[in-house]
Write a protein that binds this ligand. Structure first.
Ligand SMILES: Cc1ncc(COP(=O)(O)O)c(C=O)c1O
Length: 472
């Protein structure tokens, strides 16, 4: 086991390679930046020499024996895993590989209903029959509560042939699931417990943050290192622990799913993010957390805005006390050059990380004070009712089935029809309607509401009037 967290083996090897190389007769075609659009070379030029392929001692992501293996071992140590795979296709690639590794065609998987599209796409590729599990609706907030452990027990009792359990924790807004309790249930039943931890890569680095999934007993956790830690977009990690997920199969599926020419800048950024967090993460997070506590004191003093609290202090959801949509708030910030992560009908989400500067937090405070004065004059909107989601339900289709008999019909005419395609507000990428589910008046009202507010919805036929795909 590698034990030197102060090194960054992939990055170090790249730097050695750049220094020692005297001629380059391999891909990529820009030849380490020798040919590139000259207008942008000042921006791209520093990174292009690192954009390499598997030459010299740079190792091979798909069969690592050298620096990539070492870097992955260091990451496994830092994130409390037994084995870590670097991903250059984001958590999307990791989620696909996990589903494909754990299930075969026609088998069942218990899956959180509000999972990311990549989990459902994995099930469609594998031909898996989903058993949906959901938190119960909270009448106070209109949202969903965390999954109740007894509901997972019940799902396993009803579907004892299920091949595993796949949940998401935390969600986009920072709400966590009772990971340790759910993991204990899965362990008792001998089921692999898989966690989409795309938004929780920072949890390992500060005691005031929720427990990381690997620490709490997950067999597998996939993290978008690029979302919450200082790594480049698409750079993620898949962590495994214990023997319930077959490591060979995961490696095999990752070879299928990911490019055979993975990006070295992305892999180096994973290596460097791990080193940075091990060396400086706790200190930087402590500073950030105390600035965020002060920010929250200011927010509590506002008259017309409030925080929708969550479990992750690095996520801040703001809503107006009167019914102004989150989309309107997002737009208000956007017009002032402040770009928030996303909005929904009731809130706007700000995401912080160790990269957030004090100046930015100061600016946010000023703007929140200004918005607090203006929000009262913004037009109110009719609240949208929460969707009624069953706690346990079985899909009428194996995902990916029934693709031949599709047609598209007007959105407003789809009530009672069976969806052929996922309908996904993006962001956050959580399908509102899944293949095999029936369009209800409620779900259509939601889709329409998002579209009317300028939100993007995938799975709708491009153009106007809006059409959706249904099974005939
Ligand atoms: C819960 C969740 N899982 C998975 C993903 C996919 O992550 P990536 O962008 O790293 O592929 C996202 C992306 O937003 C997400 O929100």
């Amino acid at each position: 086991m590698a034990d030197n967290q102060a090194t960054a083996p992939i990055y170090d090897a790249l730097i050695r390679h750049i220094k020692d190389s005297r001629g380059n007769f391999h891909v990529p075609g820009h030849k380490q930046g020798q040919a590139f659009d000259t207008e942008v070379l000042s921006l791209f030029g520093r990174i292009l020499p690192m954009d390499m392929t598997e030459v010299g001692e740079l190792d091979d992501l798909h069969q690592p024996t050298g620096v990539i293996r070492e870097a992955q071992e260091l990451a496994a140590q830092a994130f409390e895993a037994e084995e870590t795979f670097f991903l250059t296709g984001g958590t999307t690639a990791g989620n696909l590989a996990l589903v494909l590794s754990c299930c075969r065609r026609g088998e069942r998987l218990i899956v959180q209903r509000d999972s990311h599209q990549s989990v459902f796409n994995g099930m469609a590729l594998a031909g898996v029959r989903p058993v949906y599990l959901s938190g119960r609706s909270d009448p106070m907030t209109g949202g969903l509560n965390p999954i109740k452990p007894e509901d997972l027990e019940e799902a396993i009792r009803r579907y004892p042939d299920s091949k595993g359990v796949f949940i998401t924790s935390p969600d986009y807004f920072g709400r966590v699931q009772p990971v340790a309790e759910l993991a204990a249930i899965c362990r008792r039943h001998g089921l692999p417990f898989l966690v989409d931890e795309a938004h929780g890569a920072h949890f390992s680095f500060h005691p005031e943050l929720p427990d990381a999934a690997c620490h709490a007993g997950a067999d597998a956790a996939v993290q978008s290192t690029h979302k919450m830690l200082p790594a480049m977009t698409m750079a993620s990690m898949l962590h495994l622990k214990g023997g319930r997920v077959n490591r060979e199969k995961v490696a095999r599926w990752l070879r299928v799913i990911q490019s055979s020419s993975p990006s070295y800048p992305l892999m180096a950024s994973l290596d460097l993010a791990r080193r940075w967090m091990v060396q400086k993460g706790q200190g930087a997070l402590s500073e950030l957390l105390s600035s965020l506590s002060l920010l929250r004191v200011k927010i509590r003093g506002l008259s017309y805005l409030e925080e929708v609290t969550s479990d992750d202090p690095l996520k801040l959801s703001i809503r107006a006390k009167k019914s102004v949509s989150g989309y309107r708030l997002l737009d208000w910030f956007g017009k002032r050059g402040i770009h928030m992560e996303l909005a929904d009908h009731k809130r706007v989400l700000a995401v912080f990380s160790v990269g957030t500067s004090q100046e930015e937090i100061g600016l946010l405070v000023k703007l929140l004070i200004q918005l607090d004065k203006e929000v009262i004059h913004m037009p109110g909107e009719k609240p949208v009712e929460g969707l009624d989601v069953p706690v346990i339900s079985e899909s009428r289709l194996a995902l990916g089935e029934g693709s031949s008999a599709w047609s598209d019909i007007l959105l407003e005419g789809a009530v009672g029809k069976v969806a052929a395609e996922m309908v996904i507000p993006y962001p956050p990428g959580i399908p509102l309607v899944l293949p095999g589910e029936i369009f209800t008046a409620e779900s259509i009202r939601w889709i329409q509401h998002i579209l009317d507010n300028g939100g993007r919805v995938r799975g709708i036929r491009p153009g106007f009037p809006h059409k959706v795909y249904v099974i005939q």
